[in-house]
Design a protein around this ligand. Structure first.
Ligand SMILES: Cc1cc2nc3c(=O)[nH]c(=O)nc-3n(C[C@H](O)[C@H](O)[C@H](O)COP(=O)(O)OP(=O)(O)OC[C@H]3O[C@@H](n4cnc5c(N)ncnc54)[C@H](O)[C@@H]3O)c2cc1C
Length: 399
């Protein structure tokens, strides 16, 4: 069964709450329905946007004259523990990511607890190779089942074919040509539409605390072992304090109905009320998360960084060793502090809790977010000679 919705806009479907009207919005409830919807768009040569939670998308205000597809399937299938302590877990692409993490923690499985609270879906988690608090989804993925829009067939992609990197995968790479320009054929949806992901997790009530800030919140040392449920709770609290969770009120509108389980929406709303002290929207959460990627610098660029700038070992796209620095640090030290807006009454600003989140304060349009992004990017480039690259998929806008 596939539901066709009327009068939906990208502002309804994205966490940052901007974007124009959509010609056709479909939510297929079966695997065949997802494939049929994608084939229908491709056969008619229509623009296609396969969307998950809309948490990594900045879409322009113009009408989208094509088909938007959101996989409505939410099932998770747990395998039996193997002799080596691993458990295979397969989840539908449409499954809400945090619902998935909560289910694995409830089953006493280690592997994705550090990724608690990241908005979006299981399908998109492998496109972006989501990461946080010392974990990356790449470390737990065994296989991805996808519809190959080029070959017109389903494929099973092994980890070696997925070429995971920092916020990158072969799936995401298929949307861009060699010069990092959006591909004429596969943008804003990858060549491979994820249908399900199989994870390999570990049967263990405990996980490793892999990030300093988290260790501090838990009152333990980096590398200590803790119950996975305690790690999840700490991650959710740290994220809430930084406004780095989605606003759970978004699931109250008809276009978002069924995109997350009703009981977990209710729990998220209650937790949000506990953090913000209100029942209203939290505009610090109306963002795409981190808007810019942490830049990876070569030796000359790293040497030119101020002494007190953060530095972490990293790998350049060429495979050579490089240095990662913090985009949030660069933004703040270039003079764009928490809450910065281009003008005093602008409807878009940096989050008041986090310099790396560009937020919609209630009435912003895509053009307002783009203007803020340009100002911050150009200011950082002027101050440090480093051009920040946006993390979200930017559709129909020149930044
Ligand atoms: C408050 C907040 C905090 C965040 N924190 C983090 C963080 O800590 N770490 C991190 O890595 N990210 C973070 N993000 C970014 C975002 O949550 C992730 O990138 C997430 O994986 C996006 O999932 P989505 O389902 O919302 O994707 P969408 O935004 O819906 O889509 C993003 C891209 O993925 C493609 N896509 C979606 N589903 C499929 C599919 N089934 N098959 C093929 N392609 C698909 C879309 O076509 C699009 O190109 C944050 C975002 C927000 C709003």
């Amino acid at each position: 069964m596939t539901t066709e919705h009327s009068s939906t806009t990208f502002s309804d479907l994205t966490t940052i709450g901007v974007g124009g009207p959509i010609r056709t919005f479909l939510t297929p409830h079966t695997r065949d329905g997802v494939i049929d919807a994608v084939r229908q768009a491709d056969a008619a040569d229509l623009p296609l946007s396969v969307i998950g939670g809309g948490s990594n998308l900045l879409v322009c205000d113009d009408p989208f004259d094509g088909i938007v597809v959101r996989d409505a399937r939410q099932d998770i299938r747990f395998g039996t523990p193997q002799a080596d302590g691993t458990v295979a877990v397969n989840a539908d692409a449409g499954c809400n990511w945090d619902d998935f993490v909560a289910a694995t923690v409830a089953h006493g499985l280690e592997g994705v607890e550090g990724l608690s609270g990241i908005p979006g879906t299981v399908g998109a988690s492998v496109v972006q190779n989501i990461g946080a608090y010392g974990q990356e989804v790449a470390s737990s993925v065994a296989q991805v089942e996808a519809w190959d829009r080029q070959a017109q067939s389903t494929v099973t992609l092994e980890t070696v074919q997925l070429s995971f990197g920092y916020r990158m995968s072969a799936l995401k790479a298929s949307m861009y040509d060699a010069s990092a320009k959006p591909s004429a054929k596969f943008f804003p949806t990858p060549r491979f539409v994820v249908l399900s992901v199989t994870f390999r997790l570990h049967k263990s009530e405990e996980g490793t605390v892999g990030y300093g800030q988290l260790a501090k919140a838990l009152g333990v040392r980096l590398g200590d072992r803790m119950p996975v449920a305690a790690i999840r709770d700490a991650v959710l609290k740290v994220r809430a304090a930084k406004g780095m969770l989605e606003d759970a009120h978004r699931y109250g509108i008809p276009a978002m109905a069924g995109a997350k389980r009703a009981d977990t929406v209710a729990a998220a709303l209650q937790a949000q009320r506990g953090t913000t002290g209100t029942d209203g929207p939290d505009f610090n959460r109306h963002s795409c998360g981190s808007f810019f990627m942490n830049p990876v610098l070569d030796a000359a660029q790293a040497a030119a960084l101020p002494q007190d700038a953060p530095r972490f070992p990293a790998t350049l796209p060429s495979g050579a060793p490089g240095t990662k620095t913090s985009a949030a640090w660069l933004i703040d030290h270039a003079g764009f502090h928490k809450g910065y807006a281009v003008t005093a009454d602008a409807p878009a600003s940096l989050s008041t809790l986090h310099t790396l989140a560009l937020t919609n304060r209630g009435s912003a349009r895509a053009a307002d977010i783009a203007a803020l992004a340009r100002t911050v990017r150009d200011g950082v480039e002027h101050a440090y000679g480093i051009r920040l690259v946006p993390e979200p998929v930017v559709v129909g806008l020149e930044l």
